[in-house]
Design a protein around this ligand. Structure first.
Ligand code: BTN
Length: 258
């Protein structure tokens, strides 16, 4: 039962993207706490312009509208907070504890099981609204061949079906608590918990910055959510967004050396 995030809840058999509808409703003035859920998505979107495969009835595809009085630069912290709430929720609802790959990919058995796409609209130097979009592979009996090597589902790992409703309920309850703490300026404690779950810190990672590939050790995550990577020269690069890869190639990333 949530107290602050109280809907309204829109549930559709199919949508292009729950994030798109939540953003549309946000632009039209919908209240904080609005939730859009779809059984399937025809144009589900992932980070960095990727598709999010959203087969009907199998995954959880949900977007939550928030209106925090924050600066846009604080957005990465909300996304890390949402990821911690997902780990807690999955532990509660399924008994599984995924690892978090920076910034907010959820991993089980070395494969991606879910992710978060955070999008915002700003007004001057404030966030007007933001949409937290959560996608989880829940009861997929298998993944398409092109994803099977890198992605999995909760049911495949748990070896039994998992309740999407129980997961959604647990995430909303957990996130509500974390969101209150976040707004009360308790992000350092939330980040400390994020660090307990991450599979990234201490790993050798590759980060692409424009044409340049930065390789090094993922040292830490700064208070603003940036990943700190120590390169072989000893310099520390601040990675503010994008994707790291601890094995092969990388995708677009924003980074600066400090
Ligand atoms: C990622 O790239 O890891 C983030 C994936 C986020 C997918 C979710 S599914 C619900 C919401 N609607 C979308 O179109 N995307 C997000």
């Amino acid at each position: 039962m949530t107290r602050v995030l109280r809907g309204p809840i829109y549930h559709f058999p199919s949508l292009a993207s729950t994030n798109d509808l939540a953003k549309e409703l946000g632009a039209a003035g919908a209240p904080e706490g609005l939730l859009v859920v779809a059984e399937g998505q025809t144009r589900g979107r992932g980070r960095l312009g990727r598709q999010w495969q959203s087969p009907p009835g199998l995954g959880l595809y949900v977007s939550l509208l928030l209106r925090p009085a924050l600066a846009p630069l604080e957005l990465p912290q909300i996304t890390l907070t949402a990821a911690v709430a997902v780990v807690r929720a999955l532990r509660r609802a399924t008994g599984l504890t995924p690892g978090i790959k920076w910034p907010n990919d959820l991993y089980l058995d070395g494969k991606k099981v879910g992710g978060i796409l955070t999008e915002m609209e700003t007004a001057g130097d404030r966030i007007r609204y933001l949409v937290l979009g959560l996608g989880l592979n829940v009861n997929n009996p298998s993944l398409p061949p092109e994803l099977a090597g890198i992605a999995t589902s909760l049911a495949l790992v748990a070896k039994r079906p998992c309740s999407r409703l129980a997961i959604l309920q647990a995430w909303l309850e957990e996130f509500e608590g974390f969101y209150q703490r976040f707004l009360a300026r308790q992000f350092p404690a939330i980040l400390a918990e994020w660090k307990q779950y991450t599979v990234t810190l201490g790993q050798m990672v590759n980060v692409r910055q424009g044409q340049q590939l930065i390789s090094g050790k993922a040292l830490d995550v700064a208070e603003d959510g940036a990943l700190l990577v120590q390169t072989p020269t000893g310099a520390v690069a601040r990675v503010t967004s994008g994707e790291i890869d601890s094995t092969a190639g990388t995708r677009a990333v924003n980074a600066e050396i400090c």
